[in-house]
Design a protein around this ligand. Structure first.
Ligand code: PHE
Length: 364
């Protein structure tokens, strides 16, 4: 026998069954692949023997070649078998492992949330009115056209119904003469309360309202606070007193308040209320009425910020709600909550409030 043939046969004997033990010891797929490489890799034991084949004389090539190939096939099939075993063991461990306990607290404590800035401001405003003696009441976000417009004195097709560009709701099997919409303001609560209660009453309400509007200062959904008071001999003086007290509690003592005549179909007279600009007043001479400041972009250098609409409840509204307009008078006011929050926190774009980006909301 040639030297090369003898060397190969000796090598095969030396290799023997060692690879089987190595494969059995391999605990992971990586271990197993390493063990295989020691036999069949570039400088593996069997590869080295194969390299000697060239030197084996032709008449011995067949028998030596067969022996080498048989060992090689053994190595491959032992490898495949062990690989399958390892995969099954892994899967088995996975299936029989204790299930994840989703109720365990995380290692990093969950960050505590806080109320949304709009909710905070809304609650604060409601609290001020509650402390002034108003009761809280809630109304639905979907309401009848009559409660949102007609009973408040908007004639059918009044331009104001356009102005507030409503979201109409189709009610399956609903009555055509009882159209339904997402309320465009919280004044619906006035109608509902006055239709079901007898004066005296002082009520405040708040919640989402909807209009087809969408820009940096308007969102299709925003929040309003509505307040109204009905009793005998209520005058504009009480309205001024209540709203001035409110402005001082929200913006600080001495906050200037002014009433400008304005129009809403459900009040007469009606007014818009401005407060002295909370941004530029600090720099102004008190004698100069706290502004205007030429550089203030928030109040556009007027020194005033509009915060709400108000007025004496129109006698027609009382009549629509079954309240004796000869006996009772009252006032009502309504304001946007986002506007107060934007002024309070210096938020330039209303849409930021509703994108729910935690990087933004965490700042409040
Ligand atoms: N409902 C009015 C609006 O949304 C605000 C308002 C309420 C005005 C009550 C006067 C009295 O614009």
């Amino acid at each position: 026998m040639s030297d090369a043939a003898a060397e190969i046969e000796a090598g095969l004997r030396a290799l023997g069954e060692r690879f089987r033990e190595a494969f059995a010891r391999a605990a992971t797929e990586q271990d197993l692949r390493n063990a295989k490489a020691e036999v069949l890799g570039k400088s593996g034991d069997l590869t080295k023997l194969l390299k000697l084949m060239g030197k084996v004389p032709a008449e011995q090539k067949k028998s030596i070649g067969e022996q080498v190939n048989a060992v090689k096939a053994d190595v491959e099939s032992a490898f495949d078998a062990r690989l399958g075993q390892l995969a099954r063991a892994l899967r088995e461990a996975d299936l029989t492992a204790r299930p994840f306990d989703l109720t365990l607290p995380g290692r990093v404590p969950a960050p505590r949330g806080h109320l949304h800035p709009v909710t905070r401001v809304k609650d604060e405003i409601l609290d001020i009115f509650r402390s002034l003696g108003f009761e809280i009441s809630w109304g639905p976000e979907i309401d009848l056209e009559a409660n949102n417009f007609e009973k408040l004195g908007f004639p059918p097709d009044h331009p104001a119904t356009d102005m507030q560009d409503s979201f109409w709701v189709t009610v399956e099997g609903g009555r055509p003469d009882a159209r339904v919409l997402l309320r465009t303001h919280t004044s619906t609560v006035q109608v509902r309360e006055m239709s079901t209660h007898t004066p005296p009453m002082a009520i405040v309400s708040g919640g989402p309202v909807y209009r087809r509007d969408d820009d940096v200062t308007h969102s299709p959904m925003f929040h309003q606070i509505e307040g109204f008071l009905v009793a005998e001999r209520v005058s504009f003086a009480e309205l001024k007193g209540v709203l001035t007290a409110f402005a001082e509690r929200l913006y600080g003592p001495g906050t200037p308040v002014r009433f400008r005549p304005s129009y809403f179909p459900f009040v007469e007279p009606g007014a818009e209320v401005d407060v002295g600009c909370v941004f530029c007043h600090a720099d102004s001479e008190p004698a100069a009425g706290r502004g205007p400041r030429a550089s203030c972009r928030v109040c556009k250098a007027t020194g005033w910020l509009e915060i709400l609409g108000c007025g004496m409840i129109h006698p027609a509204v009382f009549e629509h709600c079954g309240i004796d307009a000869e006996k009772y008078t009252g006032f009502a006011f309504g304001m946007g909550v986002e506007r107060v929050a934007m002024l309070r926190y210096g938020i330039p774009d209303i849409r930021l409030l509703f994108e729910n980006d935690p990087r933004f909301l965490a700042q409040f």
